[in-house]
Design a protein around this ligand. Sequence first.
Ligand code: HEM
Length: 428
Amino acid sequence: MAELLSSSASLSYIGACLLPPASRRAMIRSALPRFSPRRPAYFRAVAASLRPSPVPSPVHLGCSRGALGRAFRSSHGSAAAAKCGASDPAQLRSAREDIRGLLKSKYCHPILIRLGWHDAGTYDKSIKEWPQRGGANGSLRFDAELKHGANAGLINALNLLKPIKEKYAGVTYADLFQLASATAVEEAGGPKIPMKYGRLDVTGPEQCPEEGKLPAAGPPSPASHLREVFYRMGLDDKEIVALSGAHTLGRSRPERSGWGKPETKYTNDGPGAPGGQSWTVQWLKFDNSYFKDVKEQKDEDLLVLPTDAALFDDPSFKVYAERYAEDQDAFFKDYAEAHSKLSNLGAKFDPPEGISISDDAEAPVPEPFKAAKYSSGKRELSEAMKQKIRSEYEAVGGSPDKPLTSNYFLNIIIFVALLAILTSLLGN
Ligand code: HEM
C-alpha cells in the first residue's frame, strides 16, 4: 500500500510538471484527500462542528435552559415538574402527536377547527381586560358556553379531546383547542400555521362570554353582519374571506345549526359519522375548492350559506374570493396568517412572548459530517504514511500544503526528451 501510494505520488509529479500551475496544485491536493488541513471540504466539516448550529434548538421562549432540558428529557406524564409558563412544551408536542393519531382514526378535522375558531371568535378588541375581552381562553369547555346556539355539536369535539387533556395536565384547554385546530388544518393538507402557545385558561363558567358573539349564517345583510362581527375581533376584509375558506372542510348538519341537508351523495358514507351537507366534494381535503364551488354554485349537493355567497357579492370581499379561487398558494398564505392571528385573539400568554413548538425547532441537530463514516475503503492516513508522502513532495521542492514551485528547467528537459522520442519514432 505504501509503495503504491509512493509510486502514484511520483508518477503524479511527472504529470503535474507538464500541467499549468493551477491544475498542478489541484492534482496534487486531490492526491491527498484527507491529509491536508487546507482541503476545503475537510475545513468546512471542522468549521461546521465548531460553529453553533444554524438549526435553532427547541425553543421555549422565556424558559431557562435547565428547565427546558428537563422538560425535553421527561416523558409526557412527568413533564409537569418542568412546566414553565402556562403549558409545557414537551407535553404540547406529545399532545400534538396524539391529535394526529385522533385525526387519522376519527376524521374529525373539521369539528376540531370549528372548536378552535369558536373559542377564539368571541374576542372583543374594545375590551382591554382579560378574560372579559373573550377570545382563546378555554372558556368553551364550560357548559354555559357550549350551550350557546352557535356551539351546537361542539360537545363532540370536546369529548374527542378529553382523553388527551387528561393525559397532558401540563397543556391548557386554550392551547389544546388551538393546537388541535392548527394540527387539523395541516394534517388535511392545508398550510403550516405559525403558532405559539402558552395561553392561560379562564377558571370558571362565570368568565364565559355572553351569547351572540359569533356570526350568524343567514342574517338580513350578510356582508355587513360579517364586518360587524369580524371587525369587532380586529380582523379585516381579507381575513374574513381567507378564514371563511376553512369551509373547504366539513359539513353543516340541520340538527345542529339548522343549515344544510341531512345528507348528500358526498356525505352519506362518512367518513366519520355520515350525513350533513358539505361545501366541497372532498370535504376532508384542505384546498381552495371552497372558493371555486361557491363561485360556481352549480352543484345542489354542495352548501352555500348566505354568508358564503356574500364573499362573491360584496365588491371588497370579491377581490379576495376571486383571487383565492384562482390561486391556491395565495389562499394558503393568507389563510395561514389569518388563522394564526385568530388563534391568538384575546389570549393571555405565559410567558408573554409565547412558546414555540414548531417542527423546525424539533429537527435533530445534524451530526458534523465525517467523510470516513460514509466511505467504505478509505481510511485516515497514519502519521508514518503522511510523513512519507510529505518527504516525497519535499524531495521535489513541493509540499502538500503549498503549491509546487515551478521547475522550468526540468520541464524543458522533459519536453525535449519527449520531442526526441517522438522524432525517433516518426523517423522509424
Ligand atoms: C364567516 C362566518 C361563519 C359562519 C356564518 C359560519 C357558519 C357555520 C355553520 C352554520 C356551520 C355548520 C355547523 C353544523 O351544522 O355543525 C359551520 C361549520 C364549520 N365552520 Fe363555519 N362559519 C363561519 C366562519 C368560520 C370560520 C372563520 C372557520 C374557521 C376558521 C369556520 C370553520 C368551520 C368548519 C371547519 C365547519 C365544519 C364543522 C363540521 O364539519 O363539524 N367557520 N360554520
